[in-house]
Design a binder for this molecule. Sequence first.
Ligand code: PLP
Length: 435
Amino acid sequence: MSHLFYLSTAARPVLDRAEGIYMWDTSGRRFIDGSSGAMVSNIGHSNPAVLAAMRAQMDKSTFGYRLHFETEPGEQLAAKVAALSPEGMEKVFFVSGGSEAVESAMKLARQYAVVTGQAGRWKVISRFPSYHGSTLGALSVTGYDPLTDPFRPMMVEMPKIPAPRAYLDGLDMDNAATGAHYAAMLEDRILAEGPETVLAFIHEPVGGASTGALVPPTGYMQAVRAICDKYGVLLIHDEVMSGGGRVGTFLGGDLWGVAPDIIAISKGFGAGYAPLGAMIAQDRIVQAVQDAGGFLHGHTYAGNPLACTAGLAVLTEIERQGMMGNARKVGAVLKQRLKNLMQRYGFIGDVRGEGLLLAFEFVASRETMAPLPREMKAFDDLVERAYAEGLIIYSRRTRGGYEGDHFLVCPPMITTEAQVDEIMEKLTRALDGFA
Ligand code: PLP
């Protein structure tokens, strides 16, 4: 009997070891990590250079409290992140995970408003569906009823606008009018709330688990940026899943050349080697808050030298092995192979994503794009069938609460084309079983 408890009740094998894109349980069974865990193990498992760097750091120090010491790994990693971030974002605030990064972003935005004489601004508009984390602040901007409902009395209700799911609304993704249509929903909502009360808008440049790798329609990212500027609303990019290189660029926002005011990253940033995340903010925001006495926020483990060493080694490996290029190249091959599945299985309604942040969605009918009936249990079924084939994929039901099924196929950025063949073989067998 295990003494652990989590959301899932399904019994799972016990992990023994992992290397590259493969993981083995204690009985010797091999799995392909087809979702990099929860889109975390971006550079694959047991990377020797990362492990060596961490071992060397462990011999020196593993923890130095940030109010007592600066650390060389922390400074070096911050400099590297700043160099990879949009211009004018030189300051980095380390945390230990995605929810912490989002909480930090929301609180920095609020403190900036307070110190700049805009204390009436506190609402953070977000999208539905969305996922921004499990802590109460991050949950308040999360648009996913099953996870938020029990906690509503404990949260401040934040305004939500629809995510730009053009594929469901029968709109043309590549038409700028579609991007403008969804962005106008943000403007309408800011006006309805009263612009002087709106602090920020948070969204994921490329969607993660909640929308299944949703890519915004043409023009959306730029239009959202312009609307935020028009009303003095801060733009927060939640790059917890899309950041770190998986989409083929360091940040999802880079795909559209859009710089937000604040960025939250995690997951692939520590890549499973250490709990690590960061908030990166425009210099003017950090400066104003620092000048007024400093950011009233912090987490004890933040910026510890061991986690920062891991993060630095991860970024170094991404650069050294050209992994972002590989994510683009192999991602394009995998996406096409997933698209090809649509000819074989009528219940696959959409394939989407960027780089190696890819997903496909089940529908009852491509004409209506209606979700599968709840009783079909496709969600559990396909994941379990893939599991039985030795392939791990990631799934989430979000449409209308529980209906609708999408599956993320997001192997590590080191995946080869031969390994794409392996993934597709296993996935096809699992889909055949489902069909
Ligand atoms: N934001 C996004 C976009 C995420 O995908 C997640 C996790 O899935 C989070 C925030 C929360 O991150 P964590 O689970 O590390 O707290």
